[in-house]
Design a binder for this molecule. Structure first.
Ligand code: ADP
Length: 447
């Protein structure tokens, strides 16, 4: 097992990884930007190294600074968390070249599954159902030709896309011209490559994803699904597990398809296969070759510590259990709490004057915040995740309502009021929502 792990991230996920390491008797190295010197993960880690100025490109994305920090402190592994360098195959390769273990899949697996076009091809080969789609698009004319083959509406996406950016829908040729040009320009600005492709645009799907764990010896398990259909601007807001839309048989069927596919692809460590689900059918969207923000709801229903498993797998340990050992218990829901104006979603960094997190049975808060902490303006605005677990969906919902009521965050605006509003809507209570529900609801509320 590793003796010392460097955590190449910040915020709540850095703390999450630190906690798993601590419980495994592993020492931790925090890296931080100049703006994060007072962050909780820096305070709790055994060692801390400043890797650069506030801007992410100068610090959390600075590969050589992070690797130097690992070499200086003698860390034997690096956990990338999510975001930043977590899906950067070049970084994973560099880490390994320096004799340090990258906690995640191999660079080769990341390249295959991190690229949406090659991932779709691998998925098709492995028997996973995908949305009808095109190869890489070469020109507007080529895009229009493919749109006709697939049938409008379609969605143009960057092959390296992420974070809901650079996706454009088109319902006809005229919209296609604009969608192609805009998606390509956005991809160029935000991602390593400006290559785009298209998929059939589904109009009322749910977003359902499957969590998998795979060791280096070909053992693969799935940890069930997460329903992440409550979204705004293609970004998840609330997630729950299990999905209110699936029955036991559907869960088992998609679980087995995914498990066998991952076995065939030979992927290792933790990963998530994202699907759209409409009219009883699954359509593969993409694979995330890393830990996901919403992993705690899966931990709640399975009792498995996913970060611990990632570390064990990377160190060469066997899973030590099979699919039939995985038991699903109760229902879990997560709210992503952002420091934002809950109406306009403008980020609201600043000093937290009062902080009181809810507690009690079945309540988990993952956050780096403490009273007196100043949220720096340079990073993502998510400041806390509230996760509740109950025997039934209704019990989880009642608990979530109670926990949100107890939460006190003063000094900055947060999205807590929005969460309270969402979870009291009949469609949410009945589990009757798709990926467009939240935006439609917010539009209708304005009128
Ligand atoms: P990213 O990698 O940027 O997160 P994804 O491919 O995972 O992008 O898609 C993010 C979200 O965008 C999905 O959860 C869904 O809401 C929407 N979306 C993506 N592809 C489609 C599609 N083919 N039809 C309808 N909605 C889609």
């Amino acid at each position: 097992m590793f003796e010392k792990v460097l955590i190449a991230n910040r915020g709540e996920v850095a703390l999450r990884i630190h906690r798993a390491c601590r419980e495994m008797g592993i020492r931790t190295v925090a890296v931080h930007s100049e703006a994060d010197a007072n962050a909780m993960h820096v305070r709790l880690a055994d060692e801390a190294v400043c890797i650069g100025p506030a801007r992410s490109s100068d610090s959390y994305l600075n590969k050589s600074a992070i690797i130097s920090a690992a070499l200086i402190t003698g860390a034997d592994a690096i956990h990338p968390g999510f975001g930043f360098l977590s899906e950067n195959a070049d970084f994973a390769e560099m880490v390994e070249e320096h004799g340090i273990t990258f906690i995640g899949p191999t660079a080769e697996q990341m390249r295959l599954m991190g690229d949406k076009i090659t991932a779709r091809q691998a998925a098709i080969k492995a028997g996973i159902p995908v949305t009808p789609g095109s190869p890489a698009l070469e020109s507007v004319e080529h895009a229009i030709e493919w749109a006709h083959k697939i049938g409008y509406p379609v969605i143009v996406k960057a092959k390296d896309g992420g974070g809901g950016k650079g996706m454009k829908t088109a319902f006809n040729d005229e919209e296609m011209r604009e969608a192609y040009t805009m998606a390509k320009a956005e991809a160029k600005a935000s991602f390593p490559s400006d290559v785009v492709y298209m998929e059939k645009y589904l109009q009322k799907p749910r977003h359902i994803e499957m969590q998998i764990l795979a060791d280096k010896y070909g053992h693969v398990v799935h940890l069930g699904e997460r329903d992440c259909s409550i979204q705004r601007k293609n970004q998840k807001v609330i997630e729950e597990s299990p999905s209110p839309a699936l029955n036991q048989q559907q869960r088992q069927e998609i679980g087995e398809i995914v498990r066998k596919a991952i076995e065939q692809i030979g992927y290792t460590n933790a990963g998530t296969l994202e699907f759209l689900y409409e009219d009883g059918k699954f359509y593969f969207l993409e694979m995330n070759t890393r830990l996901q923000v919403e992993h705690p709801i899966t931990e709640a229903v399975t009792g498995i510590d996913i970060v611990r498993e990632q570390i064990r797998i990377a160190s060469g340990a066997e899973l030590g259990y099979t699919q039939s050992d995985i038991k699903f218990n109760g229902h879990a829901i997560e709210c992503r709490i952002n420091a934002e104006n809950p109406e306009t979603f403008t980020p609201c960094p600043g000093k937290i004057t009062e902080w009181h997190a809810p507690g009690g049975l079945g309540v988990r808060v993952d956050s780096e915040i403490y009273s007196g902490y100043s949220i720096p303006p340079f990073y993502d605005s998510m400041i806390a995740k509230l996760i509740v677990h109950g025997k039934t969906r209704n019990a989880a919902l009642m608990r979530l309502r109670r926990a949100l009521e107890e939460f006190v965050i003063d000094g900055v605006q947060t999205t807590i009021p929005l969460h309270q509003e969402i979870i009291s809507q009949p469609e949410f209570i009945d589990g009757q929502y798709n990926i467009h529900w939240l935006e439609h609801y917010m539009e209708s509320r304005k009128k």
